[in-house]
Design a binder for this molecule. Structure first.
Ligand code: AMP
Length: 178
């Protein structure tokens, strides 16, 4: 980090809270102001990969869709590959799938069966940890392909929802906690 690198406080100040989006009662954390600012975006990626050096991670896995933005940038920075975990029906080749419950109904995410080599050192990244259902399902998919999950890293964590308790597969780290 250089002298001009943003602090966690700078990043927090840039996140826009949008009440009642996409439905009443949800406080949506809008990260687009962070992405739109070159200094904040670069600083956010540096903080997300904190503790890892190029060569220590084989693959950065991002979760559909905002997770892709952070994970792809982190992968470039770590000289690692990027792998997407996508919503069901989006990946073209053979997949493993994992479903998880939502407040109403359920969701299914998928990964290509050959996305990572068994034993690969993986960093899992998403923009936000809420109930943890999405990240837990992604971690299960990574176990199915034989990945070694080094850490699950999130830009934002909504602590009240206790999502981190569901991620028993690896250490969990988040930059900004609400
Ligand atoms: P969950 O499975 O409950 O941990 O939800 C995590 C996923 O839902 C992440 O991929 C987020 O992008 C999205 N998400 C959940 N709650 C919010 C929120 N309040 N603001 C923005 N995104 C959210």
């Amino acid at each position: 980090m250089t002298a001009s690198s943003p602090t966690v406080r700078d990043l927090r100040d840039a996140i826009r809270n949008v009440p009642d989006f996409p439905k009443p009662g949800i406080q949506f954390k809008d990260i687009t102001p962070v992405l739109a600012d070159a200094r904040l975006f670069a600083g956010c990626i540096e903080l997300l990969i904190d503790g890892f050096k190029p060569g220590e991670v084989d693959t950065v896995v991002g979760i559909d869709a905002r997770g892709f933005i952070f994970a792809a940038a982190a992968a470039m920075r770590l000289n690692a590959g990027f792998v997407p975990v996508r919503k069901q029906g989006k990946l073209p080749f053979d997949t493993h799938e994992q479903s998880y419950d939502l407040e109403y109904g359920s969701n299914t995410i998928a990964i290509h069966i050959d996305a990572v080599k068994p034993g690969s050192r993986v960093l899992l990244i998403d923009d936000l940890l809420a109930t943890g259902g999405t990240a837990e399902a992604a971690a299960i998919l990574l176990q199915k392909v034989g990945a070694k999950i080094l850490e699950a890293a999130f830009f934002i964590e909504l602590a009240d929802l206790k999502g981190r308790e569901r991620i028993v597969h690896c250490p969990v780290r988040s930059l900004i906690v609400y």
